[in-house]
Design a protein around this ligand. Sequence first.
Ligand SMILES: [Fe+2]
Length: 465
Amino acid sequence: MPTTDARGYPVTNAAAAERDIFEKALGEFQTYTGDPVATIESALAVQPDFLLGHVMRAHLMLTTTERGLADEVAKSLAAAVGVARHGTEREQMHLEAAQMWASGDIDAASSKLFDLTVRYPKDALALQVGHLSDFYLGNAGMLRDRVASALPAWDAADPGYHALLGMHAFGLEECGAYRAAEEVGRRAVDLNPKDSWAIHAVAHVIEMEGRQQDGIDWMGSRVPDWSVDNFFAVHNWWHWALYHLDLGGIEKVLQFYDNHIRAERSEVVLDMLDASAMLWRLTLLGVDVGDRWQELADCWAPLVEDGFYSFNDTHAMMAFVGAGRPDLAKANLARLEAVAGGSNTNAGMAGEVGVPVARAINAFGEARYDDVIEALLSTRYIAHRFGGSNAQRDILAWTLVEAALRAGRFELAEALCHQRLAQKPTSLQNWQMAARACDGLGHGADAARAQQRVREIGAAAGSPI
Ligand SMILES: [Fe+2]
């Protein structure tokens, strides 16, 4: 009798002990807790022919979007190829998907992982990796639909069911189905309070609906569940800080930045990305962030010519511009432009989104605000193609408004503010920008009304204005 995983699928070259370690690593991956790479390596140390163990190690590293892990990914894939002839169809499909991703064809990997889900709907690893591929590809429809395809095959008692609900919640949220997303996300958290992806999915709903105090309560009431021993902690601190930012709590945001978002001075790309995203928002607001940009730019500097994933490169660009490092900004942009001429998934992302966004950020740093407007007006509605979430990509729309204000193009700025306020009338920052636009147009009464909303939101939140 072959060993089977916890959902009944055969696992090649693994005894029950290795299977159990695989399940532990999978559980860590699903909740972003512990160290799933170290965990699966402990199984491989005992059983070097554990095919799915090698593939899982590759999947785990590929989904960090770190070029620096490419050699380790290659080692895992080589080991897997060496034993693949013994593997099942499912295991071989996993190997093919990892090989496609490693070769730079994330689109093909994502499709292969969906083929796996169609054929083996209870393959939790395929769903987990596939969901992350959808995130990096900015494919909102698939973030929702991949998981929805598999859910009816699952029983609520199956191990890891909470993770499916958490992923489905996030997909629903990215598609704008906020009520369903919050209901499903809360159900996932009820099943497993440490499901930080599900906690995060609900945080996204609250962010998009502009329910800042709800968000502060939601994150604040479960800090140990998502912040301790969690790969995703910095990103969730970033989400919490966004609520304070919207309420005008700049001091609070700086405290969050220093004590949590940047406390470890992490060189993990996903952590540096959140730091860039927060400091850039503060820079748009004209906040003096001291030497924070310099520290962050120093950490991004070794990746100046990374060219691995455009979403990362544009966030590196924010740090280079914020720190006043034109040498690094120039090298970063040149690399992105070169990458855009290639043929893999990231080449498409760079050409369509990465290059215009990087040019816009660079132009902002040089006070060429009309160039910012030209680049972002035409790019922001296709920006999902370089991945990330709606909340993350809002930085582009925000940069655009600020550029319009600084360029003195107040009609455009007012129109853009109307767009933002239609989505989130509870944001102090949106009203502040609207007041500036109205001022610029000489619409005194409208400016006064907008200022009044700024004061009301700030007073209700206890933020100094
Ligand atoms: Fe997020």
